[in-house]
Write a protein that binds this ligand. Structure first.
Ligand SMILES: [Zn+2]
Length: 342
């Protein structure tokens, strides 16, 4: 098969189209013919060798994808060739304590697609059948890939962990990111007022088009002061951050008394100093949230099929142009998800 075969860690130029052996489904596994691959910021970490899990080379990366079942290994029931599916990137075991509780997103014995196994920057990928979620007919492969991870992660952070209620105010950082644009839509669907931040005034109109009621520029506005002013001095009930660093510090200043902060990423600063006096004085709950369950994947795919959630796609590239796509991702000059077509 054709695949982007990583032979060494490095810059985007390491991402070259090459031949790789076709995967063969073993017991409990299926092989998918991928139609769409999603790019994620963590892919750049894998490519540079700083993700925290070492790869052996050659390696095929890619945590996100959708396609059709092509072949089925022994013991797999419930799936047939041609079924439209996508794997959850968290390769849960299905049998540990947390999996048995329905918390497959915090499986105690999980791999990560494209990190601990070969991933989706390829024409085909092999996964265990227990991580597959069906894609409704009304949802295209591009929309499934563009929307599911960001919407599901935003749902987990805002609704499950953040306990967002109708009428509350939500602060969403980095509205231009895939996860930020998803969080705006989830918060609006849940009945919240949304204050979004971006690092560029060029993205204000796009954030408003997604449903943001107010937009702030974190490079020029004092975010805590601006949020307090917009909320009558109360602050945001839930803050949703995927940046870390100063943006997470903004959340601590901007959140209401008794408010909740959901942290789903930290590319803008992984180690920060937090004033815990502020945390307990304001009765802040700080949630870490890395990914949703498979059940929430299915829920957000249903909401996409119903037209309630619309994924934001910046651009789809041919698989061979993965390097160009990575360079664009690292420039941050995009709004929404980037995809590859294998
Ligand atoms: Zn498990």
């Amino acid at each position: 098969m054709k695949a982007i075969v990583l032979r060494a860690y490095g810059g985007p130029s390491e991402l070259r189209l090459d031949e790789a052996p076709d995967p063969v489904a073993g017991a409990g596994e299926v092989v998918l013919r991928l139609r769409t691959t999603g790019l994620n910021h963590c892919d750049t970490d894998v490519r540079r060798g700083v993700f925290g899990v070492a790869q052996s080379f050659p390696h095929v990366m890619g945590v996100d994808g959708a396609g059709v079942v092509e072949s089925i290994g022994p013991g797999v029931t419930g799936f047939s060739a041609g079924d439209r599916v996508m794997p959850h990137f968290m390769l849960s075991c299905g049998v540990c304590r947390n999996c048995q509780r329905g918390q497959d997103n915090i499986c105690l014995d999980a791999g990560v697609l494209g990190v601990t196994t070969w991933g989706t920057y390829a024409e085909r990928v092999k996964v265990r059948a227990n991580v597959l979620v069906r894609i409704p007919e009304a949802v295209s492969f591009d929309d499934a890939v563009a929307g599911t991870v960001p919407f599901a992660t935003a749902w987990e952070g805002l609704v499950v962990m953040g306990q967002l209620r109708v009428g509350e105010t939500v602060l969403v950082n980095a509205a231009g990111s895939g996860i930020g644009s998803a969080a705006i839509q989830i918060a609006k669907l849940a009945g919240a007022r949304v204050i979004a931040t971006t690092g560029s005034k060029a993205k204000f109109a796009q954030a408003r088009a997604l449903g943001a009621d107010e937009v702030l520029d974190y490079t020029t506005d004092d975010i805590p002061a601006a949020v307090m002013a917009l909320t009558g001095g109360y602050g945001a009930d839930v803050c949703f951050d995927m940046v870390g660093g100063d943006r997470l510090i903004d959340c601590i200043g901007a959140v209401a008394q008794g408010g909740r902060i959901a942290s789903v990423g930290a590319h803008g600063g992984e180690k920060i100093e937090i004033d815990f006096i502020e945390l307990f004085r304001k009765h802040i709950t700080l949630h870490g949230c890395g990914r949703s369950t498979k059940a929430i994947y299915a829920d957000v795919l249903g909401l996409m099929a119903a037209g309630k959630l619309k994924p934001v796609i910046h651009k789809a590239f041919d698989l061979k142009d993965a390097g160009e796509a990575h360079a664009l991702m690292e420039s941050r000059a995009f709004f929404g998800r980037m995809l590859l077509h294998p």
